[in-house]
Design a protein around this ligand. Sequence first.
Ligand code: HEC
Ligand code: HEC
Ligand code: HEC
Ligand code: HEC
Ligand code: HEC
Ligand code: HEC
Ligand code: HEC
Length: 370
Amino acid sequence: MEMLIRWCVAGILSLLLGYAAPALAFEDDEACLMCHKYPKMGRITEEGQQKSYYVMPHVFSKTVHRNVPCRDCHGYIKELPHKPVTEGVTCDTECHSIQNPSTGKPFSHKPIYDAFKKSVHGREKIAEGNDADKPYCVNCHTNPLYNAKEEKPPKHIVDRCVVCHEDAKFAEKWYNHTSRRIREVKRSPQEIVEMCSSCHADKEMLGRHQAAAKEEGRELGRKFMIAAESYNESFHGKLSKYGSDNAANCLDCHANTVNYYLSVHELLPSRDPRSPVSAENRVQTCKQCHVRADENYAKLDPHPSSKKEDNVFKYYAEITYTVVGNVVLAMLVGLAAFETWGRLRDGVSWRFRDGSSWWRRTRRDSNRIP
Ligand code: HEC
Ligand code: HEC
Ligand code: HEC
Ligand code: HEC
Ligand code: HEC
Ligand code: HEC
Ligand code: HEC
């Protein structure tokens, strides 16, 4: 929840800080902020959830969506003062105000949306039943800040642009837009594992889906129930946990590398031949990093588990090794105990002297056992 609307909903914090809104850094043509600039704005829903409707103007003005007028997204608001809201923002709406400069058409996230709809996670914004478990755009994306670490675009760059473009605002806008993408905006491997595991480690939710799939006669992957926990068991999982950025994370294998930024939205199950982890493509996927990987190497299990239903051989091997290990250990300790008991019985006692530890009390009290 916190992730969902961090930027729109941060009123309480500001209230505590006693923040007063400065002059706006973006145009509020629709006068939404007339009301929504007040930190206390919000309510408690019927479910008892606290909601803030405060929009922090100084934060919003630094986000990637700052040029999108409120109603391009909140299109369901048709009049002011507006009616209570029933549906939410969908991410496939066309902007009325922003043109895609490359096509001249109204901008929208439709290409990503279409890919997403066909993926394993495809769902509607308002979803019911099991579909509601799948991630919608806002589960993974907040409204990110441009170059969050920079106070302002560097002067020496803007200076150079204004030589020709004359308008510093224009230069800053495009500097922000492009520089954010030229710098890598990928999440770290650890963040990706955390993101996918937030659902794929939730046994109760997964169980619900497996039961439903069985009922509908639908197939799910062999590793569906254990994907996250088994990844953590794997070599890649352990490396990644200890901070390696080179070990494969979920998306290195499950997303196509042809266009990473699009294909993270079109994840397919391994039984689909187009998936990078399908039997057909697996060698190629391992080869991205393991240059010499062949058919045999690709058979190594990236989701290893020693559950009986997953890997019978490993299951029994593990039991056998546990038994053998424990028996050997018990015999070793037993032997030592037995020997100690025997020596004590023979009057050999244990103490340090002259570099040795076992001594027998004799007439001269110094006779070392050879
Ligand atoms: C006259 C004051 C006013 C103006 C102007 C205004 N709002 Fe609101 N808005 C409110 C109030 C009051 C609520 C809380 C309504 C409620 O609790 O049912 C609200 C709630 C909302 C909500 C959350 C609704 C929900 O139930 O989830 C959204 C989204 C919203 N406004 C967007 C906008 C947008 C976009 C604009 C500009 C087009 C705008 N508002 C302009 C007063 C206003
Ligand atoms: C890029 C699209 C986008 C823009 C632009 C945008 N919002 Fe939002 N807003 C969202 C999304 C997504 C949510 C999360 C709730 C949802 O999914 O419907 C949200 C949530 C809100 C909420 C809380 C609603 C709730 O149900 O908790 C308010 C209030 C709000 N926005 C007001 C505004 C105002 C005012 C502006 C303009 C300054 C604005 N928004 C601009 C996408 C947008
Ligand atoms: C030597 C002059 C010059 C400098 C310096 C310069 N530009 Fe440009 N820029 C132009 C010209 C001329 C065009 C339009 C012609 C073209 O498309 O090649 C243009 C086009 C653009 C466009 C495309 C605008 C559109 O709507 O098509 C953007 C964006 C842009 N420049 C950003 C920048 C940024 C950011 C900087 C600084 C890092 C910069 N420019 C530096 C001359 C310059
Ligand atoms: C399961 C999580 C997930 C879901 C759901 C998701 N995305 Fe993404 N999205 C990502 C990841 C991961 C990236 C790659 C960049 C990164 O690592 O943040 C990305 C990248 C993007 C980018 C490129 C950002 C840039 O600056 O280059 C856009 C735009 C985008 N997503 C929009 C959407 C839209 C629209 C939806 C809904 C249809 C959506 N995403 C659903 C995880 C997700
Ligand atoms: C918000 C929860 C959520 C998140 C986050 C999430 N998933 Fe899923 N995932 C699901 C659900 C629910 C299903 C659908 C199971 C079904 O078809 O009933 C699913 C299905 C899948 C499947 C197909 C399973 C099959 O056998 O058909 C794969 C592969 C998958 N997810 C991988 C990922 C990866 C990789 C990530 C991280 C980028 C991720 N998921 C993030 C909830 C999530
Ligand atoms: C080294 C590559 C690799 C990595 C890393 C990886 N997977 Fe997989 N994943 C696979 C392969 C290959 C399969 C098919 C295994 C099989 O059925 O034998 C699979 C199967 C799955 C399945 C079952 C559905 C299906 O498509 O068969 C899910 C869900 C899944 N992975 C999610 C994840 C998540 C979540 C992560 C990260 C925590 C992850 N994977 C990391 C290669 C990988
Ligand atoms: C994003 C890069 C990447 C991808 C893709 C990848 N791996 Fe790895 N893998 C690594 C790294 C890094 C190590 C650490 C050991 C090393 O340097 O060889 C590793 C180690 C391993 C190990 C441990 C033993 C060994 O050979 O060093 C196995 C087994 C393994 N990977 C299997 C696979 C399989 C099977 C696939 C394809 C389904 C795959 N990997 C895909 C990066 C990757």
